[in-house]
Design a binder for this molecule. Structure first.
Ligand code: Q9C
Ligand code: ZN
Length: 345
């Protein structure tokens, strides 16, 4: 399988994330992508290329201009607050929930950090914007390759994307790579695109981006948000709204679920995608469903990922895979590449 690799991913290297009142070392580390790249090379899974040049308007198809302007200048603003910030990552501390206004754009950088985010676990660093932009280019390039006739392509990039919405970051995500790939497929003339999200966490960003649309179906298998991040979205009764009514399918599973239950949910998601008559598929490929994942609670084993790839291949759709979560660093390459190998050439 053709891989489009973000060789700028390590420019995003967060130090600490807020967890239970403490700053703890980030789980979303550059080594994750390094291990996947190494495994692709070891198995000789196919060509590995860089992204094509990306017109700025491509990202603006999904993200709001004021959010993109914020991201582009955020690091400079952060350092301007205090020169010592050059050696500290930026994290938000204030959020405009419920009765607060979301139409104002405060002059304060700290206020805008909160306006454009939803957790304190996603540090913004000196290289975040450069890494995320190159990653978006990888996802869009992978979509273009599939449009040009590749059966599938894999965007290997970090930071991940599926928690990022039209105008917010969070869950280690800044730009929604899977949504950008799906939009690129639509913009090239495909009528219906499905996004299948197999990350352990619900892809709240992708869901919210397409929630009112009938042209992009979103299906997700994930841990029940009653007990798991992102907590406030991902429930089974979220089925889409307006024109998008019926075009959203959430299949939350209890923490502790193993592969038999997970695979049954995958089959249900794939049936819904077939009923939608999608012309192409984007897979948000997180492997934090692995039994050894340090922040997750499903029980999938490495061999299970081969079967996942086979099941997805059986949908018979041109497919763009986009790398998302997976924090058992030593196994993230094996598990991710197992999916791609199971999918086949
Ligand atoms: N200290 C993705 O998998 N909270 N994001 C975890 C553990 C955030 C995961 C808390 C999890 C976000 C792309
Ligand atoms: Zn995840």
């Amino acid at each position: 399988m053709l891989t489009i690799y973000n060789d700028r991913h390590a420019l995003h290297q967060g130090r600490f994330e807020m967890f239970r009142g403490e700053l703890v070392p980030c789980f979303e580390v550059p080594a994750r992508a390094d291990f996947v790249l190494r495994e692709l090379q070891l198995r000789g899974l196919g060509a590995i290329e860089g992204p094509q040049e990306l017109p700025a308007v491509a990202i603006a198809r999904i993200h709001s201009q004021r959010y993109l302007d914020f991201l582009a200048g955020a690091w400079q603003e952060w350092v301007a607050l205090d020169p010592a910030n050059a050696n500290r990552d930026a994290l938000p501390s204030y959020w405009p929930i419920r009765s607060f206004r979301s139409d104002v754009l405060p002059a304060s950088f700290s206020a805008r950090m909160g306006l454009f985010s939803f957790d304190a676990g996603s540090p913004l660093t000196a290289g975040t914007w450069a890494a995320a932009r190159a990653g978006a280019a990888c996802a869009i390039t992978a979509a273009r390759k599939v449009l040009q006739g590749e059966r599938a392509a894999f965007a290997l990039t970090r930071p991940p994307g599926h928690h990022a919405g039209m105008d917010f970051f969070g869950g280690y995500c800044f730009l929604n790579n899977a949504a950008l790939a799906a939009q690129a497929l639509r913009d090239a003339g495909l009528e219906r695109v499905a996004v299948l999200d197999v990350d352990y966490h619900h892809g709240n960003g992708t869901q919210s981006i397409f929630y009112q649309r009938a042209d992009v179906f979103f299906a997700s298998v994930h841990c029940d948000p009653h007990t798991e991040y992102p907590y406030f979205l991902g429930y089974a009764d979220e089925r889409g709204a307006g024109a998008g009514e019926g075009c959203n399918l959430n299949l939350p599973l209890a923490r502790g679920s193993g592969f038999p239950r997970w695979r049954t949910a995958l089959a249900q998601a794939l049936r819904a995608i077939a009923d939608f008559r999608a012309d192409a598929l984007v897979v948000s490929l997180g492997v934090d469903t692995f039994e050894g994942d340090p922040i997750s609670g499903f029980g999938l084993r490495s061999a299970d990922y081969l079967a996942i790839g086979e099941d997805i291949a059986a949908a018979g759709l041109p497919t763009v895979f986009v790398f998302e979560g997976g924090y058992a660093v030593a196994e993230v390459g094996i598990n991710t590449v197992n999916v791609l190998e199971g999918f086949g050439q």
